[in-house]
Design a protein around this ligand. Structure first.
Ligand SMILES: Cc1ncc(COP(=O)(O)O)c(C=O)c1O
Length: 395
């Protein structure tokens, strides 16, 4: 008999889509895939080279649980350069991906029954990780007409003495929303009146459009000492498979995360740490190159859908996702078949139009779909044309 902790977890809905895509591909069908959550670019040459070198030099043993000192020093330098945040290497913990750091940070901070505020729509792992830590999720709604930006009034209404953590994610997966400085300041003002910690997932930091700036909540007065900054190399250096992420936190929390990690995984992969060090040390050319590609594809995606009747698509501000609302999906029909929510439409889109996207139900937004534009310009262009045609089928 499994624990209630595990029974409450759900399997990622994206896996079911991936399975269907594979079956159709095996049948020889071309699929226009806008469901992937990773850059289509390869890891940079310097990263691959450092990985090879680590193996050749037998850098293949356990490392310190919180990561090798050179990498932690490089992260300290990055946080100073890009975010104007001061940390010592002891306050940095390197983990097996940002997801691993998020899980460990929640385990370190959340007691059973504590409340964690999660803006909604949200990345699908946040609620699951909170539940795994025994916490209760309080969803903070954001609206399509606000571009899915979390409003300080909403946070103010929901935050209570029971709130232990507030999760923030800017740039956001799935909505592409990027919080501006004044919005972040307004959230910080609410947070300072309460005891809650912030876990700030900044994994899409470099992927922002139209000159938008990234601002970490840790940057505001009184916030450094209560914020866990989570970031990594997966999205910024196209290194999803290497599994390296990191957290920067007040000393007690960093020690807690490192302790959890030492018992669960001993250390992150030694070879990947060297590769991540090479990525971080190579500066911002690579993320900026990817950002130019994503910015162009964002335009293709947004321009192709903004005038389609029945589609309400905020202009993505960052990350590589668009999150159109298609209200007709709920209660509508296609070719006489009733649609309940985005899952039904996503199925139709895949089988009828060979386009793969992720249903908004996965992110707690049943009338939306998530399009990833981390695919070639041609694929994004064709997929968007097909989505427009499929929406026209909804009666
Ligand atoms: C918002 C968000 N945070 C964290 C992650 C996980 O990143 P990593 O590959 O470093 O575990 C993802 C990956 O999709 C993400 O979208």
């Amino acid at each position: 008999m499994l624990t209630s902790r595990v029974s409450r977890l759900t399997i990622s809905q994206t896996l079911a889509i991936v399975e269907k895509v594979r079956t159709l591909q095996k049948q020889g069908k071309t699929i226009y895939d806008l469901s992937v959550g990773e850059p289509d670019h390869p890891s940079p040459a310097a990263v691959k080279q450092a990985g090879h070198q680590a193996i050749d030099e037998n850098f293949t043993k356990y490392t310190a649980a919180a990561g090798i000192i050179e990498l932690r020093e490089a992260i300290v330098a990055k946080l100073k350069r890009d975010n104007d945040l001061e940390y010592s290497p002891k306050q940095i913990v390197v983990g097996n991906g940002a997801k691993h750091i998020l899980a460990s940070a929640l385990l370190a901070l959340v007691e059973p029954g504590d409340e964690v505020i999660v803006p909604e729509p949200c990345w699908l792992s946040y609620p699951e990780l909170v539940w795994l830590a025994g916490g209760e999720v309080v969803f903070a709604p954001t609206k399509v007409e606000d571009g899915f930006h979390l409003k300080a009034e909403v946070l103010d209404r929901l935050i209570t003495p029971r709130t232990k953590v507030v999760m923030l994610n800017s740039p956001c997966n799935p909505t592409g929303a990027v919080l501006g400085e004044s919005e972040m300041e307004a959230l910080a003002e609410v947070l300072r009146r309460h005891r809650a910690y912030v876990i700030s997932d900044e994994i899409y930091e470099y992927l922002r459009f139209d000159g938008r700036q990234h601002v970490s909540p840790a940057h505001f007065p009184g916030m450094h000492e209560r914020t866990v900054v989570v970031n990594g190399v997966s999205k910024s250096y196209a290194m999803t498979g290497w599994r390296i992420g990191y957290g920067a936190a007040p000393q007690e929390i960093a020690d807690g995360i490192a302790k959890i990690q030492s018992q669960m995984t001993s250390s992150p992969c030694s070879i990947s740490q060297k590769a991540a060090l090479a990525g971080l040390s190579s500066g911002l050319d690579y993320p900026e190159m990817m950002n130019r590609d994503f910015s162009r594809r964002r335009d293709i995606c947004h321009d192709g859908l903004k005038s389609v009747k029945g589609v309400n698509i905020p202009r993505p501000e960052g990350a590589f996702y668009a999150f159109p609302q298609i209200p007709g999906m709920i209660g509508g029909t296609v070719k006489g078949q009733p649609l309940k929510d985005s899952m039904g439409f996503v199925d139709y889109l895949l089988t009828g139009y060979q386009v793969s996207v992720v249903p908004g139900t996965a992110f707690r937004a049943p009338d939306c779909i998530r399009l990833s534009f981390a695919s070639s310009d041609e694929i994004v262009q064709e997929a968007v044309k097909r989505i427009a045609a499929a929406v026209a089928d909804i009666k």
